[in-house]
Design a protein around this ligand. Structure first.
Ligand SMILES: Cc1cc2nc3c(=O)[nH]c(=O)nc-3n(C[C@H](O)[C@H](O)[C@H](O)COP(=O)(O)OP(=O)(O)OC[C@H]3O[C@@H](n4cnc5c(N)ncnc54)[C@H](O)[C@@H]3O)c2cc1C
Length: 471
C-alpha cells in the first residue's frame, strides 16, 4: 500500500483558534497609504495574495515586519462573489491568452484565480502533503516539512471530508477501488462548516472553505499587515515595485527591504523576466501543469439526488501514484459537461491527475500578459491514458452500466515550477543574483509533486519566509 498521508487522523471538525479580526483590515487608519504616486517604505512588499503570498504575509507580520500586500484582483466574499456562475467566474478567474498552454497540436486550458486570496478562492479545497518520495527528490527534510505542513493545516483547518458530505460520486469511487483492492482514502480538505454545496470553484457560497481570505489573510492583517486590492504590480526591481492601483485610480511606488513575488507561477516569472532578474536559462522554464482528464460513467440504478450535500472532491485512489504518477479523484461533473448529458444525474465522474515530466515555459507577451508554451510529453500522454483506463475499470467495478468514450480532453489547474528552489531561488526564496527579491508561491516547487499542490505551496512559502526572517 502506498496510501497518501492523511494529515489529521480524527474526522471531527476542527475549529480555527479565535481570531481578533476575521474581516480584512485593508489600510491601517493610523498610517494611511497615500493615493498619490508617493514612494513608500515597508519592510516587505508582497506581490499577490494567494496560497503563497498570504502565507508569506502572515509569517513576516508574525515576525514583527511591516508588510504590504498588493493584489491585482478585487476582494470578494460570499455576499459579493456574484449571482450567477458566469458572474462569479468573471470576478474571480483570470482570463486572456495566458489561460492556454499552447503546443504544436493542442492547447490545454490552464485555470488560475485573480482575487484577494488568489486561486484558493476558487480551488476545490483538496489538501495533500507532498509525499515522502517527492520530498526526497527535492532534498527536503521530512521532519521540517511535517512540522510546516502541520502548522499550515491548523490555520486552514484541514480534516477529512465528514461522512455525510462524501456524496454519491465519492461512494462510487470508494466502492470501485475497494472492489479492486486499490489503495484509496477520504480526501482531507480545508473546510470549517462545509455544507456540501459542491460549488467550491465558484467561491464557496457558505464561507466554509478556508481559502486565504478566510484564514491566513485575516491573521496577517490582525498582526498589522495591509492589503491593497485591485493593485496590479507593473514592474519590480531590487528593493522596489511599481503598481497601478485601480481601486484608488493612481500609480504607487513602494520601496522595501524584501520584495516578495507571489503573483503565481505565471506572473512571478513574467515579472522577473521583464526585470531581467534571475538566471535567464531557468526563470520561466520548467513549467509543469499537472494535466488532468476525466472518465464519465453511467449508472442505471443510481441517481444523484437534487440538493444532496456532496463536497466537490471527496475520495482519492493513490494505488498508481508512486509507480505511474497517476492519482484518481472523485469529482463533480462540471456544469457544461453535465449540460451535454441529458440524463446527467445518472452519470458520475472520476478525475485523473498526472504529475508531469514534460516541461513548458512562460514568457512575457510584451503588453503585461504572458504566453504559455507546453507540449504534452509522450510519457505524460501514456500516463493519462493509463489513468483513464484505470478510471474506467474502477467505474465498472463500482457497477457502471457503461463508460463514455475515453477521449483525451485535458485541462490543468496546477501550474508550477517556473522559478524553482535550487535552479532559481535559495531556501529563503531569494532569486539567485539578487539581494532583495524573493519568490514565495507555486513557482518555487522544483517539479510536479503529483498531488494537488496548495498545501505544498503554503508550506514552502512559510519555509522561505521563516528562513528570510532568520537571516
Ligand atoms: C479551479 C482550481 C481548482 C484547484 N483545486 C485545487 C485543490 O483542490 N487542491 C490544491 O491543492 N490545489 C488546487 N488548485 C491549485 C492551487 O489553488 C494553486 O496551486 C495555488 O493557489 C497556487 O498558489 P500561488 O500563490 O502560486 O498562486 P495564486 O493562489 O494563484 O495567487 C496568485 C495571486 O497573485 C495575483 N497577481 C498576479 N499578478 C499580479 C500582479 N502583477 N500584481 C498583483 N497581484 C498579482 C493574482 O491575481 C493571484 O491572486 C486549484 C486551482 C484552480 C484554479
Amino acid at each position: 500500500m502506498n496510501r497518501l498521508p492523511t494529515p489529521i487522523s480524527d474526522s471531527t471538525q476542527r475549529k480555527m483558534p479565535p481570531q481578533p479580526n476575521r474581516r480584512l483590515r485593508w489600510l491601517n487608519s493610523d498610517r494611511p497609504l497615500r493615493s498619490s504616486a508617493e514612494a513608500r517604505r515597508v519592510d516587505a512588499v508582497v506581490v499577490g495574495s494567494g496560497a503563497g503570498g498570504a502565507v508569506a504575509a502572515y509569517e513576516l507580520a508574525n515576525a514583527g515586519r511591516e508588510v504590504l500586500v498588493l493584489e491585482e484582483g478585487g476582494y470578494y466574499d460570499e455576499a459579493t462573489y456574484g449571482d450567477t456562475n458566469a458572474q462569479r467566474m468573471a470576478n474571480l478567474y483570470r482570463f486572456g491568452e495566458e489561460m492556454f498552454a499552447r503546443g504544436a497540436t493542442r492547447s490545454i486550458p490552464v485555470l488560475t484565480g485573480r482575487a484577494v486570496g488568489g486561486s484558493t478562492v476558487i480551488n476545490s479545497g483538496s489538501c495533500f502533503r507532498a509525499p515522502g518520495d517527492v520530498l526526497d527528490r527535492w532534498g527536503l527534510d521530512h521532519a521540517e516539512m511535517d512540522s510546516l505542513f502541520a502548522d499550515v493545516e491548523e490555520v486552514i483547518c484541514v480534516h477529512p471530508v465528514p461522512d455525510d458530505l462524501v456524496g454519491r460520486n465519492g461512494r462510487i469511487v470508494q466502492r470501485g477501488a475497494n472492489a479492486l483492492g486499490w489503495s484509496n482514502g477520504v480526501i482531507p480538505r480545508n473546510i470549517d462548516g462545509c455544507r456540501g454545496t459542491g460549488l467550491c470553484s465558484f467561491g464557496c457560497p457558505t464561507g466554509g472553505k478556508q481559502a486565504m481570505h478566510k484564514s491566513y489573510l485575516p491573521r496577517a492583517t490582525a498582526l498589522g499587515a495591509r492589503v491593497a486590492a485591485r493593485c496590479r504590480v507593473t514592474a519590480v526591481a531590487e528593493g522596489r515595485v511599481e503598481a497601478e492601483w485601480a481601486e484608488v485610480g493612481s500609480r504607487l511606488e513602494v520601496e522595501a527591504d524584501a520584495v516578495v513575488l507571489a503573483a503565481g507561477p505565471i506572473h512571478t516569472p513574467r515579472l522577473l523576466i521583464e526585470a531581467g532578474l534571475g538566471p535567464a536559462e531557468h526563470v520561466g522554464r520548467h513549467l509543469r501543469i499537472q494535466p488532468a482528464a476525466g472518465v464519465i460513467a453511467r449508472f442505471d440504478n443510481e441517481v444523484r439526488v437534487e440538493g444532496e450535500p456532496s463536497t466537490l472532491q471527496s475520495w482519492y485512489v493513490d494505488e498508481f501514484r508512486a509507480d505511474h504518477g497517476v492519482v484518481l479523484e472523485a469529482t463533480h461533473l462540471l456544469a457544461e459537461t453535465a449540460g451535454e448529458l441529458k440524463d446527467w444525474r445518472h452519470h458520475a465522474l472520476v478525475g485523473v491527475l498526472v504529475g508531469d515530466e514534460g516541461q513548458g515555459s512562460v514568457e512575457p507577451d510584451g503588453s503585461g500578459g504572458a504566453l504559455l508554451r507546453y507540449e504534452l510529453h509522450p510519457a505524460d500522454e501514456e500516463r493519462l491514458r493509463f489513468g483513464m483506463d484505470r478510471g474506467a475499470e474502477l467505474m465498472r467495478a463500482a457497477g457502471a452500466a457503461g463508460v463514455l468514450p475515453l477521449d483525451l480532453r485535458l485541462s490543468a489547474y496546477h501550474p508550477l515550477g517556473t522559478a524553482g528552489l535550487g535552479a532559481v531561488c535559495d531556501d529563503s526564496g531569494k532569486v539567485h543574483g539578487t539581494s532583495t527579491v524573493h519568490v514565495m508561491d507555486a513557482s518555487l516547487l522544483p517539479d510536479a509533486p503529483g498531488v494537488n499542490p496548495q498545501l505544498t505551496v503554503m508550506a514552502l512559502s512559510a519555509r522561505a519566509a521563516r528562513t528570510l526572517v532568520a537571516q
